[in-house]
Design a protein around this ligand. Structure first.
Ligand code: ADP
Ligand code: MG
Length: 423
């Protein structure tokens, strides 16, 4: 059916089919008879249909507009929801990303949210959400800090010592939530290692002072005795000068060992680790301690597999071997033997310094490489030791990517073994 045919029979149908605007245009183009018929039809009753059409269009438009408005609103609320979900995810990720434990409480002090680190730090087996501080950590001080933050908006720092199988010290910062939100937040930091290091540092300072005081006191004492007359004593005078000289040497060794350790700590002396011909380094180290060995009638032998190369810093490796050989000579009685061997074991190079000396009691072995640790304090001092040699050895060896260990039997001798990567 053509448009004109349709218009001929049912003009308002045309309207319905083509839409009012187009129909009106068509009506204008129609023959006058048809136009009359159409107008008559419109007048006779199609008005309702046209109005209905128009109304439907309007309603559709309104609906469409409303729909698009709703969709826009929907889209807006969706965007808000997305943003909120994103924020929530960022918050959760940030909370989980923090190595410290975090909990957030409501205004009554009950936990409403926390991260996984908190569970770990508190060894919390059960649910944490909904619990009060005092239930989770049995420390009144922390509980009060949380209540203070909630009620009075006070921030505080509380130290909590956790007992049990994994004892540790936690530093807890408690603060009100702020931003008009009720409740509090607490950040739990594990400061166990920090506390240990602090103690090590304090012990170290105390040790250094003590070690320095002994030779200084001797030097002062003998110098004063000489000043007050002993200088003219032909027998005791020279003896005192000898002591002053020996103690000064000791002082100087102590200070140079301390400086060496501090340089190593500060990584001021970067090591250049590369392929090092082991036999050359071994020969130089043996040569350095030879005079002391000869003086005690101790033989030093060294055996190195030909062509052996290790990943090392030549100077550092020499320093390590001199320290170990020096100890071997120092703690071996006259007439003993010291042997240095180096060989390859798979991808590693093993350097061993073995002596036939005093040996070390098993109880001392785990702590032997610590600063100022001595198996026999009196003997070490008497021998002019600083107690720092092995800690320097351990430092240097680990800086070269290797490790050092000791085997010893009291009265039979000791073996110190350094392992490095083969080159
Ligand atoms: N070869 C060894 N035989 C016996 N004891 C040793 C040997 N090497 C080290 N020790 C013990 O380990 C302690 C620490 O050694 P080190 O750090 O070199 O300090 P020191 O200045 O006393 O030699 C020594 O005081 C000594 O008791
Ligand atoms: Mg030593």
């Amino acid at each position: 059916m053509t448009a004109a045919g349709a218009a001929g029979r049912s003009p308002w149908l045309l309207l319905a089919v083509l839409g009012p605007a187009l129909a009106a245009g068509l009506v204008g183009a129609l023959t006058s008879g048809l136009r009359t018929a159409l107008l008559a039809a419109l007048a006779a009753g199609a008005v309702g249909a046209v109005l209905a059409l128009l109304a439907r269009g309007e309603r559709v438009r309104v609906l469409e507009a409303a729909a698009s408005d709703a969709a826009a609103k929907d889209r807006a609320t969706q965007a808000e929801r997305d943003a909120a979900a994103y924020e929530e995810r960022v918050l959760a990720a940030a909370l989980e990303g923090i190595a410290d434990g975090v909990w957030i409480t409501d205004a009554s002090g009950a936990v409403v949210r926390h991260n996984a680190a908190l569970r770990r730090l508190l060894d919390a087996g059960q649910e944490v959400v909904g619990k009060r501080p005092l239930f989770l950590v049995r420390k009144g001080e922390l509980h009060e800090a949380v209540l203070r933050a909630c009620a009075a908006g006070t921030s505080s720092v509380v130290e909590v010592v956790m007992e049990g199988p994994r004892p540790r010290v936690l530093e807890v910062q408690v603060a009100p939530l702020g931003g008009g939100l009720p409740g509090s937040a607490a950040v739990f930091r594990d400061v166990t290692e920090l506390k240990r290091l602090e103690r090590v540092r304090q012990d170290f300072v105390a040790n250094v002072s003590h070690e320095l005081r002994t030779p200084i006191a001797a030097i002062l004492g003998y110098a004063e005795t000489l000043q007050s007359g002993a200088l003219s004593d032909a027998v005791h005078g020279p003896q005192m000068v000898d002591i002053i000289h020996r103690q000064s040497e000791r002082l100087s060794e102590l200070v140079s060992d301390l400086l060496e350790l501090s340089r190593l700590d500060a990584k001021e002396r970067p090591l250049t680790v590369g392929a090092v011909a082991v036999s050359e380094v071994v020969a130089r180290a043996a040569e350095a301690v030879e005079p002391r060995a000869t003086a005690k009638h101790i033989s030093i032998t060294h055996r190195v597999a030909p062509g052996l190369a290790a990943q090392a810093d030549a100077k550092a490796l020499e320093q390590v071997l001199v320290n170990l050989l020096d100890n071997a000579v120092k703690y071996t009685p006259e007439g003993g033997a010291v042997e240095l061997t180096a060989r390859q074991e798979a991808m590693r190079v093993e350097l061993s310094v073995r002596d036939t000396g005093l040996g070390i009691e098993a109880k001392h072995l785990p702590r032997l490489f610590e600063r100022f640790y001595r198996a026999d304090r009196g003997r070490s001092r008497e021998m002019g030791g600083t107690g720092l040699g092995l800690s320097i050895v351990r430092h240097l060896v680990s800086a070269m990517g290797g490790d050092v260990r000791v085997q010893s039997q009291l009265g039979l001798g000791s073996t110190f073994t350094v392992t490095l990567s083969a080159a």
